[in-house]
Design a binder for this molecule. Structure first.
Ligand SMILES: Cc1cc2nc3c(=O)[nH]c(=O)nc-3n(C[C@H](O)[C@H](O)[C@H](O)COP(=O)(O)OP(=O)(O)OC[C@H]3O[C@@H](n4cnc5c(N)ncnc54)[C@H](O)[C@@H]3O)c2cc1C
Length: 453
């Protein structure tokens, strides 16, 4: 029986551990915290909303303990604004199968328990470089799934694939109770996006909290120096939540009444920070010369703007497990680690990174074409506009679908035509609706956007 060691009990580590266990490996997981510590002393590492193509792996492994209607988010409700307090274009798009954001603290604790019950070995200890070398000497395959923690530095950064030299947004995440689970006029439970050309992005994500069940994750992606950039210096979750409510009143007052009753869901349910996006090489060389590989955020870290990091980690874990199982008795050497990651990068990773990076950039002319052509989507109808909106939403599940349409004029027109729209009429029709909304706001009225305010 071949043996594998995994360092880290986040989503990527635990899915890899369960996957290898199921393939007949003898698996040991090393964790710097117990399941109880995940539940009572840890911050969530992120919202980690995952889409159907990722959740499929949980189902294959029998780890989908939270598949129930209350955890199902069914699409997006989006407002794009050139300036604060002024929704210019709205989009209401459905996804084909639910997306779920399960509290990663709950998920890790439960999957650790499942792992032990299924015959895995769990060791609670923080692993440093010397210990990693020792662990690697005792196992056929050693995998670092330590997130963006110190151990990730073992894997050299791939400068060519790491487009940005530093974080692109300043982040604040809050897990809150007391918000109604839905929005007026939106016919399903959505992720609510408020996108601002200059301020940044603010998302509200339905979240299944470890203690309280249905709650909301408020995620602020502030552009440095812009009007959303107000969270520096917050020393507690309560302080950050007070700032969040102020930011909502100032930038997107249409969600202010909804947010007002919110309280922090638990003392650890908040984060302030930034993610430097980047891609690393998949081979880490230890002082002894032994090699280890990585999975999840350890090898690829993404700004949360596209909700892709945990999705990426899940699919990378699946790729790694399949490749390890197909390896037979051959060694898990550097060449195998390279080719396993390259296959992932080619088939999935590069598409995810490209889509996510596009979202960090200003909206292109092609993106504008799609956005205006879908104007009128309300999440209910079967019109060309609705079909475009649905495809935009579905692209978060599968960035292979229409990512080109966000940056390439011809590809955008193909998306519009494929949905039954006609260029340039669909675009002009959308433009008229937007102009009507602007005229109403100019005289102090609500814009009356479809399925929005
Ligand atoms: C604000 C925010 C919002 C996000 N929203 C989304 C979203 O909606 N959708 C999405 O797909 N992604 C999202 N992400 C990204 C997602 O949360 C991460 O990609 C994912 O959780 C990373 O999982 P991981 O298993 O790779 O690492 P982690 O979750 O960081 O787990 C690493 C593990 O390693 C352990 N560890 C670290 N060092 C050691 C050591 N030396 N010894 C032993 N154990 C160690 C840690 O305790 C932990 O168990 C978001 C991220 C942020 C910051």
């Amino acid at each position: 029986m071949r043996s594998a060691a995994i360092i880290g009990t986040g989503i990527a580590g635990m899915l890899t551990a369960h996957g290898l266990l199921k393939k007949g490996f003898r698996v040991t997981v090393y964790s710097d915290r117990t399941g109880e510590q995940w539940l009572t002393q840890s911050k969530p590492t992120g919202t980690a909303a995952r889409f159907d193509r990722s959740l499929r792996f949980d189902r294959e492994l029998g780890l989908n303990h939270w598949d129930r209607p209350e955890t199902a988010m069914q699409g997006v409700s989006l407002a794009f604004c050139l300036k604060p307090r002024n929704p210019l274009v709205t989009l209401t798009g459905r996804i084909q199968a639910p997306c779920r954001a399960i509290d990663v603290r709950l998920l890790s604790a439960r999957w650790m328990q499942d792992f032990v019950e299924r015959g895995g070995r769990l060791v609670i200890e923080p692993v440093d470089l010397a210990r990693l070398d020792q662990i690697a000497s005792e196992h056929d395959l050693t995998i670092v799934a330590a997130g963006r923690a110190q151990l990730a530095q073992l894997f050299p950064r791939n400068e060519e694939r790491s487009v940005y030299s530093g974080p692109q947004r300043k982040l604040c995440l809050l897990v809150t109770r007391g918000g109604r689970m839905g929005f007026d006029r939106v016919p399903f439970l959505p992720v609510r996006f408020n996108l601002f050309a200059t301020a940044g992005e603010a998302f509200w994500v339905p979240f299944w909290h470890k203690d309280h069940g249905p709650t909301w994750n408020l995620l602020f992606e502030a552009k440095p120096g812009g009007p959303m950039d107000q969270f520096d210096g917050c020393k507690s979750g309560e302080e950050a939540l007070a700032v969040a409510k102020k930011v909502i009143r100032e930038l997107c007052p249409w969600d202010a009444d909804w947010a007002e009753p919110m309280t922090l869901a638990d003392p650890h349910g908040w984060l302030i920070g930034a993610v430097p996006p980047g891609v690393r090489a998949p081979v880490g060389r230890l002082p002894s010369g032994r090699v280890v590989t990585g999975v999840g955020d350890t090898l690829m870290s993404l700004d949360p703007i596209g909700g892709q990091g945990a999705n990426n980690g899940t699919r990378m874990a699946r790729n790694l497990v399949e490749a390890a199982a197909a390896r037979g008795d051959a060694p898990f050497d550097a060449a195998w680690m390279e080719s396993t990651f390259e296959q992932y990068w080619r088939e999935e990773g590069s598409h995810i990174v490209r889509f996510n990076n596009i979202l960090l950039e200003p909206l292109s002319a092609a993106g504008r074409s799609m956005l205006l052509s879908q104007y009128g989507s309300d999440g209910l109808s079967d019109t060309p506009a609705q079909r475009i909106a649905d495809q935009v939403a579905e692209n978060f599940n599968d960035p292979h679908l229409i990512t080109d349409g966000f940056v390439d004029d011809a590809a955008a027109r193909k998306v519009i035509a494929g949905a039954g729209g006609r260029w340039p009429w669909s675009f002009m029709r959308g433009g008229l609706g937007v102009a009507r909304g602007q005229a109403r706001q100019a005289v102090g009225l609500q814009p009356r956007h479809p399925a929005h305010v």
